[in-house]
Design a protein around this ligand. Structure first.
Ligand code: NAD
Length: 273
């Protein structure tokens, strides 16, 4: 089946390039899909305080019996907590039932509040204490990153952004790369809608003998993105992990990049929730 590749973040921490996302999975339903993902071989789970399911994620991790050092767990600081990031981190850690997380992210910049620098300074402290192995951001545009880089010490390890065919974020990916910031792609398969039904994608998928979802996930891996597709369906959880033993050629990569699409989620500049 092939092995999940690991990438090395700018502070030397290694991250499995493909993980498991749990957005919109209710707290009382999250244990089973995470259990199946870990059983399948996933070693990276992406959650957030705002998903309301950190306790269930922690329970599944404890029950799976996988050594903690073999897992990569990400959680995120919610927008209401920019002014008290240290306390919010403690709450997340307690809900997860862990001694440390592998990655802690600012979920959205909320430029209207202008408190993300303050939040990030508190996260630098969490990093220094060894309670997060890496810190970073999510949904940051170049301008938000530039302000952060100018006013804080630690270069973010990661910028997690909406990214999928039709919305490939080429400029922001280039900016991230130039600053040693790893790009993570959220909604990597476009939330399953529209994109996966595209006939041109179906043609490429048939050429490589894979499903449309596998073909798109492979496109991400070859672009160098970290991804964590979400599914609660066991067959799909397994399907999304079988993407390490085939390759797309340059023409197929370009054709996927050229697929139509647009932003699905909120624009970070105006995401005032
Ligand atoms: P996704 O692109 O992973 O799509 C998930 C949906 O696609 C599923 O609900 C299912 O309907 C469908 N699907 C999954 N596997 C499939 C398959 N093999 N074949 C056909 N359909 C399939 O979308 P997402 O959940 O929005 O993004 C993934 C993860 O990214 C989230 O769970 C979360 O961890 C993270 N995320 C982060 C942010 C952020 O602001 N930082 C925002 C959204 C998502």
């Amino acid at each position: 089946m092939g092995e999940v590749p690991y990438l090395t973040l700018n502070n030397g921490v290694r991250i499995p390039q493909l993980g498991f996302g749990v957005w919109q999975v209710p707290a009382d339903e999250v244990v089973e899909p995470v259990r199946i993902a870990l059983e399948t071989g996933y070693r990276h789970v992406d959650t957030a305080a705002a998903y309301g399911n950190e306790e269930g994620v922690g329970q599944a991790i404890r029950e799976a019996g996988v050594a903690r050092e073999d897992l990569f767990v990400t959680t995120k600081l919610w927008n209401a907590d920019h002014a008290n990031a240290g306390e919010a981190f403690d709450v997340s850690l307690r809900k997860l039932g862990l001694d440390y997380v592998d990655l802690y992210l600012i979920h959205w910049p909320r430029p209207d509040k202008d408190q993300y620098v303050e939040a990030y300074r508190a996260m630098e402290k969490v990093l220094a204490e060894g309670r997060a192995r890496a810190i970073g951001v999510s949904n940051f545009h170049q301008a938000h990153l530039e302000k952060l880089l100018a006013e804080t010490e630690v270069v973010p390890a990661v910028n997690q952004i909406e990214l999928h065919p039709g919305f490939d974020q080429a400029e922001l990916r280039a900016f991230n790369r130039a600053h040693g910031i790893q790009t993570e792609a959220w909604s990597p398969i476009g939330q399953g809608k529209g994109l996966l039904d595209n006939p041109a994608l179906a043609e490429i998928a048939a050429e490589v003998g894979r499903t449309p979802a596998q073909t798109v996930l492979r496109w991400h891996l070859q672009l160098g993105n970290v991804v964590f597709p979400k599914s609660v369906t066991p067959a799909r959880i397994r399907e999304n992990f079988e993407v390490f033993d085939f390759a797309l050629n340059a023409a197929q990569m370009d054709a996927i990049s050229a697929l139509p699409g647009e932003r699905i989620g909120a624009n970070p500049e105006t995401a005032f929730f």
